[in-house]
Design a protein around this ligand. Structure first.
Ligand code: GLY
Length: 255
């Protein structure tokens, strides 16, 4: 089981109101988003992580979703090529920062696109959702890079959600929380599934950090199900980020 020591975060910029959204929940409020982000950072610290904070990037409204800029594995960092054109470039400062932490840094190249919100780590294997943001070329480059460093990857077809981890998260001990289409994928048939009800779908995006689960606040049924399998849960309100289809896993890179 992997233990994490660090997390990289990037606070929301004031331009977060211009982030990519399906607009169902309205526009985020910057000050509330900033406060929620600070609480999220406190939750990461409570799980024992040293939190590294990049400066907010006003030119890229979605840049607080820093998880989408790189995949961090035990032996290498793989810099993403984001699928949303307005998000390309978010990875530049992350690459510079990672030079101080990783000896091996690889990159996804055009025409490949990968957003690591589409990548779920299960031990040394990485499930890669083929979404509107992560294409076949990107996924296959990623699998080759993973194999070069002794890991493995496989693709998962998907159609309902923004990112793979929008709807499924790995909580170690063979346990997945999942909702929607991910409840029925053959790739996940051998996991113990915690099924998230459709009215709490946002709770399917949560993160295991060193034995604790950080989960979005406001989803009591889902939190009770996660606690019932033995995990302490830290609920964090991420409502402003949910307005941009962003889950709480997307708000940090953990390694
Ligand atoms: N707003 C998050 C994303 O679209 O990637």
């Amino acid at each position: 089981m992997k233990m994490f020591t660090h997390a990289i975060v990037r606070p929301p910029p004031k331009t977060i109101i211009d982030g990519i959204t399906n607009a169902k929940l309205g526009k985020p409020d910057y000050k509330t988003a900033l406060r929620q982000h600070q609480n999220y950072v406190e939750a990461l610290r409570a799980c024992g992580l040293t939190v590294i904070t990049l400066p907010a990037a006003e030119g890229v409204p979605d840049s607080c979703f820093v998880e989408d800029t790189a995949l961090l594995t035990r032996r290498c960092a793989i810099i993403a090529r984001l699928g949303a054109p307005s998000r390309q470039g978010e990875e530049v400062e992350v690459r510079e920062l990672l030079r101080g932490y990783f000896n091996h840094i690889e990159s996804i190249e055009a025409p490949g696109t990968v957003e690591p919100g589409d990548i779920m780590m299960v031990g040394n294997h990485f499930y890669i959702g083929l979404s509107d943001r992560t294409n076949d070329a990107g996924a296959h480059q990623l699998i080759s890079l993973l194999e070069k460093y002794g890991s493995s990857g496989s693709t998962v077809e998907m159609s309902e959600m923004l990112h793979l981890k929008t709807g499924v998260s790995y909580l170690e001990n063979n346990t997945l929380v999942a909702c929607g289409e991910f409840l029925f994928k053959p790739a996940f048939a051998n996991f113990d599934l915690i099924a998230i009800d459709p009215d709490e779908a946002s709770a399917a995006n949560c993160v295991w950090v060193n034995g604790t689960v950080i989960a979005p606040a406001g989803f009591a049924k889902s939190i009770a199900k996660i606690e019932a399998v033995g995990y302490p849960v830290i609920p964090v309100d991420v409502s402003e980020f949910q307005k941009l289809d962003g889950g709480l896993s997307c708000l940090s890179l953990r390694f």
